[in-house]
Design a binder for this molecule. Structure first.
Ligand SMILES: CCCCCCCCCCCCCC(=O)SCCNC(=O)CCNC(=O)[C@H](O)C(C)(C)COP(=O)(O)OP(=O)(O)OC[C@H]1O[C@@H](n2cnc3c(N)ncnc32)[C@H](O)[C@@H]1OP(=O)(O)O
Length: 181
């Protein structure tokens, strides 16, 4: 069954932040030790998400043997993480810090180990603190999708949201000065 992701019709105006990454440039990490995008996450996906035109982003992910679920194909949870990560770059284009509150995936075809998957995400709309996004995973032709994801992100005040948890971070020493009043 394919899900029906509902985007409100009474959306706010959404514009690219003036300091957002330019098309073709990396949008940057959420956190250097983020499982999805951190360059210092040794067991992570290390995804490098690139800003596209308008309010879009994309990333390529090489499907390596450690990602295997069923024989010879990617584990659905890994693909789900990659979707979350890439859609999670859309708030950065808006100049917002945001966390995922809802994520759904339609898996259409198996994704082979050894392939390189392109994930392309776009903004569907913004309503108050909610940011609605969609992403497609494909092997080069976006019209021939392997899987399609939708997510809702909610904007947060980063320091307030993470203040009770930051000491658990592997980068706590770097964050501490920014969290000390
Ligand atoms: C300095 C550090 C910088 C760090 C940079 C950023 C790092 C980012 C890292 C990213 C890493 C990668 C990504 C990750 O891995 S993010 C990790 C996974 N996500 C989380 O841990 C988020 C957990 N959730 C929360 O903490 C709270 O729910 C938050 C704080 C987000 C909202 O609680 P809060 O009490 O503040 O607000 P609210 O409850 O009034 O909700 C606000 C609005 O949202 C709507 N809503 C709520 N839930 C849902 C839902 N399920 N579907 C649809 N809509 C939903 C709700 O109706 C309302 O709408 P409206 O009716 O008012 O319009």
């Amino acid at each position: 069954m394919r899900s029906e992701f509902v985007v409100p019709t009474d959306l706010d105006t959404a514009t690219r932040h003036p300091r957002a990454a330019a098309p073709g440039e990396p949008v940057g990490e959420h956190n250097p030790v983020c499982y999805g995008c951190g360059s210092r996450a040794p067991h992570g996906l290390n995804l490098r998400t690139i800003a596209g035109d308008g309010l879009t982003v994309w990333a390529d992910m090489a499907v390596t043997p450690w990602m295997e679920g069923g024989p010879g194909v990617i584990h659905g949870g890994i693909l789900s993480t990659a979707f979350d990560e890439v859609m999670g770059a859309i708030p950065k284009l808006l100049g917002a810090n945001a966390v995922t509150v809802h994520l759904e995936i339609d898996y259409g075809k198996p994704v082979s180990v050894g392939s390189t998957v392109r994930l392309h995400a776009e903004l569907l709309g913004v309503q108050r603190r909610k940011i609605f996004t969609k992403a497609v995973a494909h092997l080069g032709d976006p019209n021939d999708s392997l899987a399609i994801a939708h997510a809702v992100f909610v904007t947060i005040k980063g320091r307030e949201h993470f203040s009770d948890y930051v000491e658990n971070s592997r980068a706590a020493d770097e964050y501490r000065p920014h969290f000390t009043p």
